[in-house]
Design a protein around this ligand. Structure first.
Ligand SMILES: Cc1cc2nc3c(=O)[nH]c(=O)nc-3n(C[C@H](O)[C@H](O)[C@H](O)COP(=O)(O)O)c2cc1C
Length: 205
């Protein structure tokens, strides 16, 4: 029998009631419900210094890079800051240069699920910024993404989800990432057509 796929969730803001952290946890719940092994890495707990190549990498950065290298798939969740990912999220991505000489390098063959929360309606920009990063790191962005707009409507002041429909969509994203990870585990690639055939009369190629 195949090993459970290992999914690392990365994200959240640095504040206690982070909605992007809660969204990440909901997505990981969805992945775990399908049998995946999941781990949530909250950026606040990582405490990574700003990236520099001038000194030896700190242990936190090395451990972070090792955890990413060991997983089969990731889910990223960032708040929207000034129309893009937060600085702390981008800084964590910059530290993944430690995987440049890994075998295989960076995020090769890892599906990545993308989530953002936003006070307004610019969350898709954040997801698109994460997509650029995923591609630069040779990861595979999962087509189903989840930009949560107007986070103050969807989460209470403590950062808890109060919208069950959004919670369900986040869990579905997590399940989709796990499904893609299983395809890589089984086939070495992610052929969407195999598990989900397109109807002959759909007009799609
Ligand atoms: C520094 C900063 C910049 C922000 N920039 C934007 C923005 O450009 N667009 C937007 O829709 N919301 C913006 N927001 C609102 C956050 O995206 C929103 O409150 C989000 O839910 C915060 O995530 P968190 O709960 O994980 O901290 C900003 C908030 C902060 C603190």
């Amino acid at each position: 029998m195949a090993m459970p796929v290992r999914i690392v969730g990365l994200g959240g803001s640095l504040r206690a009631g982070s909605t992007s952290r809660t969204a990440l946890a909901a997505a990981l719940d969805g992945a775990a419900a399908t049998g995946a092994d999941v781990r949530l890495i909250w950026l606040r707990d990582l405490g990574l210094p700003l990236y520099t190549a001038e000194h030896a990498p700190p242990p936190a950065a090395r451990e972070f890079a090792d955890a990413v290298h060991a997983c089969d798939a990731m889910i990223w969740s960032s708040p929207t800051y000034q129309g893009s990912v937060s600085g702390s999220f981008k800084n964590a991505m910059d530290w993944l240069i430690l995987l440049a000489d890994a075998v295989p390098p960076y995020l090769t063959n890892k599906p990545i699920g993308l989530i953002s929360t936003a006070g307004g309606v610019q969350g898709l920009q954040t997801v698109n910024a994460m997509d650029f990063i995923a591609r630069s790191l040779r990861g595979w962005s999962v087509p189903l993404v989840m930009p949560v707009p107007q986070s103050w409507r969807t989460f209470d002041p403590d950062g808890q989800l109060v919208d069950e429909a959004v919670a369900g969509q986040l869990r579905a994203l997590g399940a989709e990432v796990a499904r893609a990870a299983r395809q890589f585990q089984t086939h070495g690639t992610c052929d969407y057509a195999e598990d989900r055939p397109v109807a002959a009369d759909s007009g799609r190629p």
